[in-house]
Design a protein around this ligand. Sequence first.
Ligand code: ADP
Length: 234
Amino acid sequence: MTETDSNIHTRHEGHLRFGQAEQHLEGEKHLREQEIPRQAPRIVLVGPQGSGKGTQASRIAEHYGIAAISTGDVFRQNVTDDSELGRQVKAIIEAGDLVSDALTFEVVRDRLGEPDAAGGFLLDGFPRNLDQLGMLDTFLAQRNEPLTAVIELGVSRAVSIDRLTRRAFEQGRSDDTEEVISNRLAIFERETAPILEVYRDHGLVDSVDGVGSLDEVTERIIGALHSRGILPVG
Ligand code: ADP
């Protein structure tokens, strides 16, 4: 029995028979609304470095009570834990290179199979190129769980560079020079931006302005998702 079924059962207990139920109309309407199966939010968040994507990803996932899946975080955690995966990717991520598509997809596939992802998920940092998009698409199609929305978090190149150089300075990351940063943004433009075109053709993309306070940006994203009928439970 699903949670909704058991709610309905409990709510009905002790109620009057059908013909006498008119006074419960409001309550019944409420129950009917609850019965409509809520489609699990399955969201991809796309944005260049410095767009505030990671922060927004956690906020949105929390708002919907869904799993926030950041491939970057998974890799970093594995490096910290010195797991087998961590040892495989350590040198790659430290050099700022990309982990292979196959290995990255394996991580995502495993993570999507965990119980907390069954109620919906938000992917941050994946897919990062067209090949990864293809792998995700095939996987989700097999499970009959297509994406429900893709949020493009947009900031201008100048804003990205400004935020990233400031962060590099604050965190004393001398390796994050303007040149390295603009190189990463170029990779984003070349490899990641094209996935938005594919998703756009499927009518999945909402573009959200990433310039503003954290709260403003969160509200814009939630507003866009609500307009698609993607609502939190309860
Ligand atoms: P950044 O925004 O600094 O690139 P991320 O947190 O997105 O940070 O990722 C950190 C690192 O993890 C990347 O530099 C890359 O090596 C690896 N990584 C994350 N996501 C992917 C992905 N989808 N494909 C390949 N490598 C990835």
